[in-house]
Design a protein around this ligand. Structure first.
Ligand code: FES
Ligand SMILES: [Fe+2]
Length: 392
Protein backbone atom coordinates (compact mmCIF):
# COMPACT_ATOMS: atom_id res chain seq x y z
CA UNK A 1 0.00 0.00 0.00
CA UNK A 2 1.76 3.08 -1.18
CA UNK A 3 -0.99 5.65 -1.65
CA UNK A 4 -2.06 7.92 1.18
CA UNK A 5 -5.76 8.69 1.60
CA UNK A 6 -5.12 12.14 0.18
CA UNK A 7 -3.50 10.72 -2.93
CA UNK A 8 -6.29 8.18 -3.29
CA UNK A 9 -8.97 10.86 -3.12
CA UNK A 10 -7.11 13.01 -5.63
CA UNK A 11 -6.94 9.99 -7.89
CA UNK A 12 -10.68 9.28 -7.56
CA UNK A 13 -11.49 12.95 -8.17
CA UNK A 14 -9.54 12.63 -11.43
CA UNK A 15 -12.27 10.45 -12.98
CA UNK A 16 -14.54 13.48 -13.19
CA UNK A 17 -12.41 15.17 -15.80
CA UNK A 18 -11.17 12.23 -17.85
CA UNK A 19 -12.73 10.79 -21.03
CA UNK A 20 -13.74 7.12 -20.80
CA UNK A 21 -11.09 6.00 -23.27
CA UNK A 22 -8.34 7.33 -21.00
CA UNK A 23 -9.48 5.57 -17.83
CA UNK A 24 -8.04 2.75 -15.79
CA UNK A 25 -9.71 0.74 -13.03
CA UNK A 26 -9.28 2.00 -9.45
CA UNK A 27 -5.88 1.33 -7.85
CA UNK A 28 -5.61 -1.62 -5.43
CA UNK A 29 -5.52 0.76 -2.45
CA UNK A 30 -9.12 1.79 -3.19
CA UNK A 31 -10.21 -1.73 -2.23
CA UNK A 32 -7.99 -2.04 0.84
CA UNK A 33 -7.67 1.35 2.50
CA UNK A 34 -9.23 1.63 5.96
CA UNK A 35 -9.20 5.42 5.63
CA UNK A 36 -11.19 5.35 2.39
CA UNK A 37 -13.54 2.77 3.87
CA UNK A 38 -14.23 4.95 6.92
CA UNK A 39 -14.98 7.87 4.63
CA UNK A 40 -17.31 5.73 2.49
CA UNK A 41 -19.19 4.64 5.60
CA UNK A 42 -19.57 8.20 6.79
CA UNK A 43 -20.41 9.88 3.50
CA UNK A 44 -22.19 7.08 1.68
CA UNK A 45 -23.52 4.24 3.81
CA UNK A 46 -24.65 6.23 6.84
CA UNK A 47 -26.55 8.72 4.70
CA UNK A 48 -27.90 6.69 1.74
CA UNK A 49 -30.94 4.49 1.26
CA UNK A 50 -29.91 0.85 1.61
CA UNK A 51 -32.12 -2.02 0.50
CA UNK A 52 -32.74 -4.36 3.44
CA UNK A 53 -35.19 -6.79 1.86
CA UNK A 54 -38.69 -7.14 0.47
CA UNK A 55 -42.18 -6.60 1.80
CA UNK A 56 -42.80 -10.33 1.20
CA UNK A 57 -40.56 -11.05 4.19
CA UNK A 58 -43.17 -9.51 6.50
CA UNK A 59 -46.55 -10.25 4.85
CA UNK A 60 -48.65 -10.40 8.05
CA UNK A 61 -49.16 -8.15 11.05
CA UNK A 62 -46.48 -8.96 13.63
CA UNK A 63 -44.06 -10.52 11.12
CA UNK A 64 -40.51 -9.35 11.74
CA UNK A 65 -36.88 -9.98 10.89
CA UNK A 66 -33.70 -8.51 12.26
CA UNK A 67 -30.87 -7.27 10.10
CA UNK A 68 -27.54 -5.58 10.76
CA UNK A 69 -27.30 -2.33 8.82
CA UNK A 70 -23.80 -0.88 9.12
CA UNK A 71 -23.58 -2.09 12.70
CA UNK A 72 -27.10 -0.95 13.64
CA UNK A 73 -29.42 -3.69 14.97
CA UNK A 74 -32.53 -3.10 12.88
CA UNK A 75 -35.83 -4.87 13.47
CA UNK A 76 -38.06 -4.71 10.39
CA UNK A 77 -41.63 -5.34 11.53
CA UNK A 78 -45.15 -5.06 10.13
CA UNK A 79 -47.24 -3.45 12.85
CA UNK A 80 -50.83 -4.25 13.77
CA UNK A 81 -51.73 -1.18 11.71
CA UNK A 82 -50.26 -2.90 8.62
CA UNK A 83 -47.39 -0.45 8.37
CA UNK A 84 -43.81 -1.70 8.02
CA UNK A 85 -41.31 -0.01 10.35
CA UNK A 86 -37.59 -0.29 11.04
CA UNK A 87 -37.16 -0.29 14.82
CA UNK A 88 -33.95 -0.10 16.76
CA UNK A 89 -33.78 -3.47 18.52
CA UNK A 90 -31.99 -2.23 21.65
CA UNK A 91 -34.10 -2.45 24.81
CA UNK A 92 -34.69 0.89 26.50
CA UNK A 93 -33.95 -0.63 29.89
CA UNK A 94 -30.42 -2.05 29.76
CA UNK A 95 -29.61 -2.67 26.12
CA UNK A 96 -30.61 -6.29 25.43
CA UNK A 97 -31.78 -6.89 21.84
CA UNK A 98 -35.54 -7.33 22.23
CA UNK A 99 -35.72 -9.73 19.28
CA UNK A 100 -33.34 -11.51 16.93
CA UNK A 101 -33.76 -13.71 13.88
CA UNK A 102 -37.22 -13.68 12.36
CA UNK A 103 -40.73 -14.65 13.34
CA UNK A 104 -44.14 -13.32 14.25
CA UNK A 105 -44.95 -11.54 17.48
CA UNK A 106 -47.82 -9.58 18.99
CA UNK A 107 -45.34 -8.04 21.39
CA UNK A 108 -41.57 -7.99 21.69
CA UNK A 109 -40.76 -9.10 25.21
CA UNK A 110 -37.18 -8.43 26.21
CA UNK A 111 -35.47 -11.69 27.26
CA UNK A 112 -33.59 -9.90 30.08
CA UNK A 113 -36.23 -8.33 32.40
CA UNK A 114 -39.35 -8.77 30.31
CA UNK A 115 -40.11 -5.21 29.33
CA UNK A 116 -42.50 -5.56 26.45
CA UNK A 117 -43.02 -3.46 23.34
CA UNK A 118 -45.84 -3.20 20.82
CA UNK A 119 -45.03 -3.85 17.16
CA UNK A 120 -44.83 -0.10 16.56
CA UNK A 121 -42.11 0.17 19.22
CA UNK A 122 -44.19 1.60 22.10
CA UNK A 123 -43.31 0.27 25.53
CA UNK A 124 -46.46 -1.42 26.85
CA UNK A 125 -45.23 -3.31 29.91
CA UNK A 126 -42.41 -3.02 32.46
CA UNK A 127 -42.73 -4.86 35.77
CA UNK A 128 -41.56 -3.45 39.12
CA UNK A 129 -40.82 0.02 37.86
CA UNK A 130 -43.44 1.85 39.98
CA UNK A 131 -40.93 3.20 42.51
CA UNK A 132 -38.62 4.72 39.92
CA UNK A 133 -39.03 8.50 39.82
CA UNK A 134 -37.50 8.73 36.37
CA UNK A 135 -39.40 5.99 34.61
CA UNK A 136 -41.76 7.39 31.98
CA UNK A 137 -43.29 4.72 29.78
CA UNK A 138 -43.99 7.19 26.99
CA UNK A 139 -40.30 8.04 26.76
CA UNK A 140 -39.17 4.42 26.46
CA UNK A 141 -40.34 3.51 22.97
CA UNK A 142 -37.90 1.72 20.68
CA UNK A 143 -36.51 4.39 18.34
CA UNK A 144 -37.24 4.12 14.62
CA UNK A 145 -35.04 4.36 11.57
CA UNK A 146 -36.25 5.88 8.34
CA UNK A 147 -37.84 3.19 6.17
CA UNK A 148 -39.44 3.57 2.76
CA UNK A 149 -40.71 1.09 0.23
CA UNK A 150 -40.24 1.05 -3.54
CA UNK A 151 -41.99 -1.60 -5.68
CA UNK A 152 -41.95 -4.04 -2.76
CA UNK A 153 -38.30 -3.33 -1.86
CA UNK A 154 -37.67 -2.04 1.66
CA UNK A 155 -35.01 0.63 2.08
CA UNK A 156 -33.59 1.96 5.34
CA UNK A 157 -31.63 5.17 5.82
CA UNK A 158 -29.62 5.63 9.03
CA UNK A 159 -29.70 9.40 8.58
CA UNK A 160 -32.85 10.79 10.24
CA UNK A 161 -32.56 13.92 8.10
CA UNK A 162 -32.07 12.17 4.76
CA UNK A 163 -34.09 13.32 1.76
CA UNK A 164 -36.87 10.86 0.80
CA UNK A 165 -36.15 7.70 -1.21
CA UNK A 166 -38.56 8.32 -4.07
CA UNK A 167 -36.57 11.09 -5.85
CA UNK A 168 -33.54 8.79 -5.82
CA UNK A 169 -35.49 5.98 -7.48
CA UNK A 170 -37.66 7.98 -9.89
CA UNK A 171 -35.15 8.43 -12.76
CA UNK A 172 -34.36 4.71 -12.76
CA UNK A 173 -38.05 3.84 -12.30
CA UNK A 174 -38.87 5.64 -15.55
CA UNK A 175 -36.23 3.60 -17.39
CA UNK A 176 -37.63 0.28 -16.09
CA UNK A 177 -41.34 1.16 -16.16
CA UNK A 178 -42.26 -1.41 -18.83
CA UNK A 179 -40.73 -4.23 -16.80
CA UNK A 180 -43.62 -3.88 -14.29
CA UNK A 181 -41.48 -4.60 -11.23
CA UNK A 182 -44.40 -3.71 -8.96
CA UNK A 183 -46.22 -6.80 -10.31
CA UNK A 184 -43.38 -9.13 -9.38
CA UNK A 185 -42.98 -11.40 -6.38
CA UNK A 186 -39.90 -13.03 -4.94
CA UNK A 187 -39.38 -16.71 -5.74
CA UNK A 188 -36.29 -17.19 -3.61
CA UNK A 189 -33.74 -15.07 -1.84
CA UNK A 190 -30.28 -15.40 -0.37
CA UNK A 191 -28.13 -13.74 2.23
CA UNK A 192 -24.38 -14.22 2.04
CA UNK A 193 -21.04 -12.74 2.92
CA UNK A 194 -18.54 -12.32 0.13
CA UNK A 195 -14.85 -11.76 0.67
CA UNK A 196 -13.56 -8.48 -0.69
CA UNK A 197 -14.36 -4.80 -0.73
CA UNK A 198 -17.96 -3.83 -1.54
CA UNK A 199 -16.83 -2.03 -4.70
CA UNK A 200 -15.63 -5.31 -6.18
CA UNK A 201 -19.13 -6.76 -5.82
CA UNK A 202 -20.65 -3.53 -7.12
CA UNK A 203 -18.47 -3.42 -10.22
CA UNK A 204 -19.08 -7.07 -10.96
CA UNK A 205 -22.81 -6.47 -10.95
CA UNK A 206 -22.76 -3.58 -13.43
CA UNK A 207 -21.14 -4.99 -16.56
CA UNK A 208 -21.84 -7.79 -19.03
CA UNK A 209 -18.23 -7.92 -20.22
CA UNK A 210 -17.53 -10.80 -17.81
CA UNK A 211 -20.12 -12.96 -19.60
CA UNK A 212 -17.24 -13.63 -22.01
CA UNK A 213 -15.51 -15.91 -19.50
CA UNK A 214 -16.94 -16.06 -15.98
CA UNK A 215 -20.46 -17.08 -17.13
CA UNK A 216 -19.49 -18.65 -20.46
CA UNK A 217 -21.26 -21.93 -19.68
CA UNK A 218 -24.60 -20.32 -18.83
CA UNK A 219 -25.83 -16.72 -19.35
CA UNK A 220 -22.73 -15.96 -21.40
CA UNK A 221 -24.16 -18.16 -24.14
CA UNK A 222 -27.58 -16.55 -24.06
CA UNK A 223 -26.31 -12.97 -23.66
CA UNK A 224 -22.79 -12.92 -25.11
CA UNK A 225 -20.55 -10.08 -24.00
CA UNK A 226 -20.21 -8.77 -27.58
CA UNK A 227 -23.86 -7.65 -27.41
CA UNK A 228 -23.13 -5.12 -24.64
CA UNK A 229 -24.07 -1.46 -25.03
CA UNK A 230 -24.74 1.43 -22.69
CA UNK A 231 -27.92 3.39 -23.41
CA UNK A 232 -27.67 7.14 -22.82
CA UNK A 233 -28.66 8.29 -19.35
CA UNK A 234 -31.25 11.05 -18.93
CA UNK A 235 -29.48 14.44 -18.95
CA UNK A 236 -27.55 15.16 -15.74
CA UNK A 237 -28.77 11.92 -14.22
CA UNK A 238 -26.46 10.93 -11.39
CA UNK A 239 -28.44 8.47 -9.30
CA UNK A 240 -27.99 5.34 -11.39
CA UNK A 241 -26.21 3.70 -14.28
CA UNK A 242 -27.35 1.00 -16.70
CA UNK A 243 -26.27 -1.36 -19.43
CA UNK A 244 -27.96 -3.66 -21.93
CA UNK A 245 -26.82 -6.85 -23.59
CA UNK A 246 -28.37 -8.24 -26.78
CA UNK A 247 -29.75 -11.73 -26.45
CA UNK A 248 -28.37 -14.17 -28.98
CA UNK A 249 -30.90 -14.76 -31.79
CA UNK A 250 -31.17 -18.43 -30.90
CA UNK A 251 -32.62 -17.56 -27.52
CA UNK A 252 -35.16 -14.91 -28.39
CA UNK A 253 -38.84 -15.29 -27.52
CA UNK A 254 -40.37 -18.37 -29.04
CA UNK A 255 -37.31 -20.56 -28.63
CA UNK A 256 -37.46 -23.12 -25.87
CA UNK A 257 -35.01 -21.94 -23.23
CA UNK A 258 -35.13 -21.73 -19.45
CA UNK A 259 -34.89 -17.94 -19.35
CA UNK A 260 -37.30 -17.05 -22.12
CA UNK A 261 -39.94 -14.54 -21.07
CA UNK A 262 -43.39 -15.74 -20.08
CA UNK A 263 -46.54 -13.78 -19.39
CA UNK A 264 -48.06 -10.66 -20.88
CA UNK A 265 -45.46 -9.15 -23.20
CA UNK A 266 -47.65 -6.34 -24.51
CA UNK A 267 -46.32 -2.85 -23.98
CA UNK A 268 -42.71 -3.96 -24.17
CA UNK A 269 -40.44 -2.44 -26.76
CA UNK A 270 -38.41 -4.44 -29.23
CA UNK A 271 -35.27 -3.40 -27.36
CA UNK A 272 -36.68 -4.62 -24.08
CA UNK A 273 -37.68 -7.96 -25.57
CA UNK A 274 -34.32 -8.51 -27.21
CA UNK A 275 -31.91 -7.49 -24.45
CA UNK A 276 -30.97 -8.24 -20.87
CA UNK A 277 -31.01 -5.04 -18.83
CA UNK A 278 -29.01 -4.13 -15.76
CA UNK A 279 -29.66 -1.07 -13.63
CA UNK A 280 -27.45 -0.04 -10.73
CA UNK A 281 -28.74 2.57 -8.29
CA UNK A 282 -25.93 4.20 -6.32
CA UNK A 283 -24.57 3.32 -3.91
CA UNK A 284 -25.39 -0.39 -3.61
CA UNK A 285 -28.61 -1.67 -5.21
CA UNK A 286 -28.79 -3.49 -8.52
CA UNK A 287 -31.33 -5.34 -10.65
CA UNK A 288 -30.35 -7.67 -13.51
CA UNK A 289 -33.46 -8.12 -15.60
CA UNK A 290 -34.91 -9.97 -18.49
CA UNK A 291 -38.50 -9.31 -19.38
CA UNK A 292 -40.56 -10.78 -16.52
CA UNK A 293 -37.62 -11.62 -14.23
CA UNK A 294 -35.39 -9.69 -11.90
CA UNK A 295 -32.25 -10.90 -10.13
CA UNK A 296 -31.61 -8.18 -7.55
CA UNK A 297 -28.74 -7.59 -5.14
CA UNK A 298 -28.02 -5.20 -2.31
CA UNK A 299 -24.54 -4.73 -0.83
CA UNK A 300 -23.57 -3.59 2.66
CA UNK A 301 -19.88 -3.36 3.44
CA UNK A 302 -18.66 -5.02 6.60
CA UNK A 303 -15.14 -3.66 6.89
CA UNK A 304 -12.88 -2.84 3.94
CA UNK A 305 -12.54 -6.47 2.89
CA UNK A 306 -15.92 -8.09 3.53
CA UNK A 307 -19.36 -7.49 2.01
CA UNK A 308 -22.81 -8.52 3.15
CA UNK A 309 -24.90 -9.52 0.16
CA UNK A 310 -28.66 -9.70 0.11
CA UNK A 311 -30.47 -10.73 -3.03
CA UNK A 312 -33.36 -12.50 -4.63
CA UNK A 313 -35.10 -13.52 -7.82
CA UNK A 314 -38.44 -12.00 -8.79
CA UNK A 315 -41.02 -13.00 -11.37
CA UNK A 316 -44.40 -11.66 -12.39
CA UNK A 317 -47.05 -12.84 -9.94
CA UNK A 318 -49.46 -14.07 -12.63
CA UNK A 319 -46.75 -16.19 -14.27
CA UNK A 320 -45.86 -17.73 -10.90
CA UNK A 321 -49.53 -18.44 -10.21
CA UNK A 322 -49.95 -20.14 -13.59
CA UNK A 323 -46.71 -22.14 -13.35
CA UNK A 324 -45.79 -22.56 -9.68
CA UNK A 325 -42.80 -24.85 -10.42
CA UNK A 326 -41.09 -22.34 -12.71
CA UNK A 327 -39.12 -20.60 -9.96
CA UNK A 328 -37.62 -23.85 -8.73
CA UNK A 329 -36.70 -24.80 -12.30
CA UNK A 330 -34.74 -21.59 -12.63
CA UNK A 331 -33.19 -21.67 -9.22
CA UNK A 332 -30.24 -23.91 -10.17
CA UNK A 333 -29.20 -21.63 -13.03
CA UNK A 334 -29.52 -18.41 -11.02
CA UNK A 335 -27.65 -19.90 -8.10
CA UNK A 336 -24.85 -21.04 -10.38
CA UNK A 337 -24.52 -17.53 -11.86
CA UNK A 338 -24.49 -16.00 -8.38
CA UNK A 339 -21.88 -18.52 -7.18
CA UNK A 340 -19.65 -17.54 -10.10
CA UNK A 341 -20.04 -13.86 -9.27
CA UNK A 342 -19.27 -14.52 -5.59
CA UNK A 343 -16.24 -16.57 -6.59
CA UNK A 344 -14.93 -13.79 -8.83
CA UNK A 345 -14.98 -11.16 -6.10
CA UNK A 346 -13.46 -13.65 -3.63
CA UNK A 347 -10.61 -14.44 -6.02
CA UNK A 348 -9.95 -10.75 -6.63
CA UNK A 349 -9.85 -10.11 -2.92
CA UNK A 350 -7.22 -12.81 -2.40
CA UNK A 351 -4.63 -11.20 -4.66
CA UNK A 352 -5.41 -7.53 -4.19
CA UNK A 353 -2.51 -7.14 -1.75
CA UNK A 354 0.05 -8.47 -4.22
CA UNK A 355 2.98 -6.06 -4.46
CA UNK A 356 2.78 -6.37 -8.23
CA UNK A 357 -0.97 -5.80 -8.53
CA UNK A 358 -1.73 -2.73 -10.64
CA UNK A 359 -4.75 -1.04 -12.16
CA UNK A 360 -5.67 -1.88 -15.74
CA UNK A 361 -7.38 -0.10 -18.66
CA UNK A 362 -11.15 -0.47 -19.04
CA UNK A 363 -13.12 -1.69 -22.05
CA UNK A 364 -15.84 0.42 -23.66
CA UNK A 365 -18.19 -2.27 -22.26
CA UNK A 366 -17.29 -1.02 -18.78
CA UNK A 367 -18.54 2.56 -19.04
CA UNK A 368 -20.96 1.81 -16.19
CA UNK A 369 -17.99 1.24 -13.92
CA UNK A 370 -16.67 4.68 -14.83
CA UNK A 371 -20.05 6.16 -13.98
CA UNK A 372 -19.74 4.42 -10.63
CA UNK A 373 -16.24 5.85 -10.10
CA UNK A 374 -17.57 9.30 -10.95
CA UNK A 375 -20.33 8.82 -8.40
CA UNK A 376 -17.60 8.02 -5.85
CA UNK A 377 -15.67 11.08 -6.97
CA UNK A 378 -18.71 13.35 -6.55
CA UNK A 379 -19.58 11.87 -3.18
CA UNK A 380 -16.13 11.47 -1.66
CA UNK A 381 -13.73 13.72 -3.45
CA UNK A 382 -15.36 16.54 -5.40
CA UNK A 383 -14.77 19.01 -2.56
CA UNK A 384 -11.42 18.02 -1.17
CA UNK A 385 -11.45 20.47 1.76
CA UNK A 386 -14.86 19.18 2.88
CA UNK A 387 -13.56 15.64 2.57
CA UNK A 388 -10.64 16.43 4.85
CA UNK A 389 -12.96 17.95 7.45
CA UNK A 390 -15.29 14.91 7.41
CA UNK A 391 -12.36 12.55 7.87
CA UNK A 392 -11.12 14.37 10.97
S1 FES B 1 -32.67 -5.03 29.23
FE1 FES B 1 -34.61 -5.33 28.41
S2 FES B 1 -35.87 -5.50 30.11
FE2 FES B 1 -33.90 -5.19 30.95
FE1 LIG C 1 -22.15 -11.96 -13.21
Amino acid sequence: MTMTLDALLDDIAGYLGKPDEACFSLPPEAYLSRGLYDLEVKRIFETSWLCVGREEYVPNEGDYYSIDVMGEPVLVVRGTDGKVRALNAVCRHRYMPVAQGKGNAKRFTCPYHAWSYATDGRLVGAAHMEKSRVFDKAKCSLPQYRLESWMGFLFVNLDDDAAPLQPVMTPMAKAVANYRIGEQTEIFHYEEEWAGNWKLSAENSMEYYHHIALHITNVGIQCPARGTYIPPLPASEETFTHERCKIDDRFLAGADHALNPKGDLSGLTDEELKTAYMVYVFPAFTMAMRVGTNNWLSFRPDGPEKTKVLGGYLMWKDVVAAEPGLGEQRRALIEQVNREDALATTELAKVMRSRKAARGPLSHFEGTILQFYRYLARTLASDRSAVKRAAE
